[in-house]
Design a protein around this ligand. Structure first.
Ligand SMILES: Nc1ncnc2c1ncn2[C@@H]1O[C@H](COP(=O)(O)OP(=O)(O)OP(=O)(O)O)[C@@H](O)[C@H]1O
Ligand SMILES: [Mg+2]
Length: 398
């Protein structure tokens, strides 16, 4: 009989970590050579019209006058996202109602900070954050995506590998840390390959915030308290954006609370199944307790944070699944208008796109069966349009 030789856990995990990391680096070097940067596909005339809110003839005329776009197959012009942004500026400039074409916030409209959360892992937080950020940027809003998750999945969706591409101290952690290595938020934020969409990347170093916060609280040193740190970082770049999307980690730590305090709108992603809803119930109870602690701490200061909206978004929804429908109906009965009307459907087009760190907006429609691609994009668009409408309502627009 062979006895299992006891192995120290630490050395075994270290060996596995090194093997896996080396393999992943090789895989990345093969599939994504260092020179490869992510880019966005070209935009068809029909899609450009929808993004710009103009007719085909206006698009054709404006693009021809300004020599924007490239002749594609069948002499149809196609457009880069930069072209679309240029066309938007031209159309708005030439219009008596420029606001129809330029959605940016105006004087008196406050920055919208939408925090996407739920401590249930895999509830669709990152997928929702990436799709919402892209949806808004494609329509001309100035968007900042913040990845508060040490797993850095949102960062990866935007083509940045947190370990291989980022120097130490260049994630959002650098802008909220307590010690002298703190950097400005502006130096942390980087443009993405999508015009109008910037990223404050995440990474493993964000874990340090969870470790350092108790120490900072005990010593009462380090300036701003933990729950105001994300808000403070965002405030320093406030003028540059219309909407900020914050993707949270799947636990309710100091980072999550700080993101919640910064928020003007909260999106709770929930897969409508019993275990997920039970977990969400605990999440709500815990959040309430933590917000009470924050409220006590701020009683003498800025006061309890207030919100423009809180919405539940049903994710990975299967319309033909009876129990999911029941659960969705149950949530609607309980929370009424707080549940968004449009769920995001479960779709292999979305999960397949995710495998290559892409959103459904980025992938080529021809790589999917038409029906599944069209259904998926219609459901994502509908949910995002509802959130866009909420934001515009907060700003007092029609
Ligand atoms: N609508 C959808 N249809 C199919 N697959 C989806 C859909 N939304 C998300 N997924 C897949 O489910 C998985 C989890 O999604 P995601 O990473 O967005 O969740 P998360 O809440 O951010 O997870 P974590 O808690 O680990 O941060 C991913 O593989 C993603 O591609
Ligand atoms: Mg995530």
């Amino acid at each position: 009989m062979t006895l299992l030789a006891p192995t120290p856990l630490r050395s075994l995990i270290q060996a596995h970590s090194e093997t896996l990391s080396a393999q992943l680096q090789q895989h990345r070097a093969r599939n994504f050579p260092p020179s490869a940067t992510k880019s966005f596909r070209r935009i068809s005339p029909g899609e450009a019209c929808r993004l710009l809110n103009v007719s085909e003839s206006t698009l054709r005329q404006t693009a021809a006058d300004a020599s924007v776009g490239e002749a594609g197959p069948g002499a149809r012009r196609t457009y880069s996202l930069e072209d679309v942004a240029n066309l938007r500026a031209i159309v708005a400039q030439g219009s008596r109602t420029p606001d129809r074409y330029n959605p940016r916030r105006r004087e008196g409209e406050h920055l919208q900070i939408v925090t996407v959360m739920n401590f249930k892992g895999g509830s669709g937080k990152t997928t929702t954050s990436a799709h919402l950020a892209q949806y808004l940027a494609l329509r001309g809003y100035r968007v900042l995506a913040i990845d508060l998750d040490p797993q850095a999945s949102l960062t990866a969706m935007f083509g940045v590998h947190s370990i291989m591409d980022l120097a130490p101290n260049s994630t959002i952690f650098a802008a909220i840390r307590y010690d002298e290595d703190r950097r400005s938020m502006r130096s942390v934020v980087r443009p993405t390959y999508i015009p109008g969409l910037d990223l404050a990347p995440g990474g493993l170093e964000l874990m340090e915030f969870e470790h350092d916060t108790p120490r900072a609280l005990a010593s009462r040193a380090g300036g701003t308290l933990f729950f105001d740190r994300v808000a403070e970082a965002i405030q320093s770049v406030e003028a540059d954006y219309d909407v900020v999307i914050v993707d949270c980690p799947p636990q309710l730590g100091y980072l999550g609370i700080s993101a919640l305090v910064a928020a003007t709108g909260v999106l709770v992603t929930v897969h409508p199944q019993m275990l997920d809803v039970m977990s969400m119930s605990q999440f709500l109870a815990m959040t309430k307790d933590l917000l009470s602690v924050v409220a006590e701490a701020t009683a003498s200061g800025s006061g309890e944070p207030t919100y423009d909206f809180l919405r539940y978004l049903l994710t990975r929804f299967e319309p033909n699944d009876g129990p999911q429908n029941q659960m969705g109906g149950f949530l609607r009965t309980l929370f009424g208008e707080h549940v968004l009307n449009n769920p995001v459907l479960k779709s292999t087009a979305i999960s397949d796109a995710g495998l290559t760190n892409q959103t459904i907006y980025e992938v080529d429609r021809r790589s999917f069966t038409r029906g599944s691609y069209d259904r998926a994009i219609a459901s994502v668009d509908a949910a995002n349009a509802e959130i866009e409408a909420l934001i515009r309502k907060v700003w007092g627009r029609a």
